[in-house]
Design a protein. Structure first.
Length: 105
């Protein structure tokens, strides 16, 4: 059992390292795919939920991003980086929604 735990941790680290490289290269779908895998392996990984939210945001999948930010905060409410990312996301979304409403008026 312990060997399996280590293998799982190594797989998560490999997925995360690959996802970070993909995100830095602007390959957001690939990054999201890897972070989705991490969340499947360990649903309590708040950082993976946060990173997945960032990827979804970059892909324009705002409802999915919102869900993942909320999950990340539920798992780690004191995490300042997650808090900042979610606040930034909400501000951008509110501004975009306001601009859309102005275009319609």
């Amino acid at each position: 059992m312990l060997a399996g735990c280590g293998a799982r941790r190594n797989l998560i680290e490999e997925y995360n390292d690959f996802a970070i490289r993909a995100a830095k290269a602007g390959l957001w779908r690939e990054a999201a795919f890897r972070w989705e895998k991490i969340v499947q392996i360990n649903p309590k990984n708040a950082k993976a939920h946060n990173n997945l939210a960032v990827a979804y945001e970059a892909l324009g999948r705002y409802d999915d991003a919102e869900r993942e930010y909320r999950k990340a905060l539920e798992l780690d409410p004191a995490n300042k980086a997650i808090q900042r990312n979610y606040i930034r996301f909400k501000r951008i979304r509110l501004r975009e929604e306001g601009e859309e409403n102005e275009k319609r008026d």
